[in-house]
Design a protein around this ligand. Sequence first.
Ligand code: IMP
Length: 431
Amino acid sequence: MPLEIVIGTQWGDEGKGRIVDLLAAKADVVARFNGGDNAGHTVTVGSRTFKLHLIPSGIIHPHTIGVMGNGMVINPVTFVNEVEMLQAAGVAANPERLRISHAAHLITPAHRALDAAQEAARGQAQIGTTGRGIGPAYTGKTSRNGLRMEDMLDASSFYKKMKQHVEEINTMLVKLYRADPLDENAVAREYAKLALQLAPYITDTGELVYRALQQGKRVLAEGAQGTLLDLDHGTYPYVTSSYATAAGALVGLGVGIVPVERVIGVTKSFQTRVGAGPFPTEVFGKTAERLRGSGKNPWDEFGTTTGRPRRVGWLDGVLLRYALRVNGVTELMVTKMDILSGLTNLRLCTAYQQGSQVVHELPLGPANLTPYEPVYEELAGWEEEITSVRRWQELPEAARVYAQRLSEFCGVPVRRLSVGPEREQVVDVPL
Ligand code: IMP
């Protein structure tokens, strides 16, 4: 039963989309298991760049079946737009090869309005959400008050449920947050139409994935966000509301404890974060500008979903080791090695320090992280451009040392490096 799981080991945006695109060449099923359209997965194929928020990136390979698992929250408007975008680009995103779990939850305009109202009410303590209604949709799910994709299959009861849902959230918007209410009839009408468009895609995807695994097909589980944004294992409360870690794949696809062949952890060669929350290795000024890029290229460090400039910093080895532990990562892929070209010195955070106290593990609670200073190991940088390198031996020695040091520090082998956004811009690391 060859299940492979790809997860982010940082605060999201590690470049999972391009790694999934690479691995999907050999997969039969590509399945997303968490989050919603808060994600942004960028895949570059030739002159085309696809920006996917909801549909698994592996769908771009024509032989794959795409699954959107029960752990997801789905905004049907985004879904329809993405299907249209893919079809216009010649990718067959039709119900024959794209399936949505009946048990995934729905995101509605009421969830989005509540997300905005809650963020505004947080004032200084804002999380910096993507504003996509993610938190309210998962809150509805856990309070057993949510709407599931299967509700869309019964047109008459769905209209009533939608109206009631908007009315309930309107009460909160008006009474609790002094925000404007939504027109429940208009929203219910819009969603009733969307239900007809989505219905052919809705099925028991748990059964589909299980059957594929039984038949020895390769299933690639595609994580969204990253470990440090996981609801339980991330830097709470500056997290998202889903399980972005490897165990989340099993729950979010509904397949039980099947043997997992590989857990592939994706990390950038440096650290980034969007939104608020602690970031011990954050840098500012010239180095930050260098790592972030100007925003002219689609791969520069500006949010795929929100366009916000990302906070940037040196690679945090303490957080990386933590992420490898909570996911059971078996191998690492390091993206954006090319961005480090031209930096004279590189820094890897190997511990945190407060006065004379040095800690090697993540301290409890994000508030407790703030007083710590990173302890850095300095590594030599390299001048050479490496975007055209395809073989390990052709990389500058300092780049090889950086990758080797990461393997050694984390105790997990780095198996592949990316040196640019294109499909072929990868370098395999010899065993
Ligand atoms: P939410 O998921 O929109 O509720 O946002 C919660 C936090 O997760 C915020 O700090 C967001 O910036 C962050 N976040 C959510 N999705 C992503 C993502 O795909 N990449 C990076 N950060 C994300």
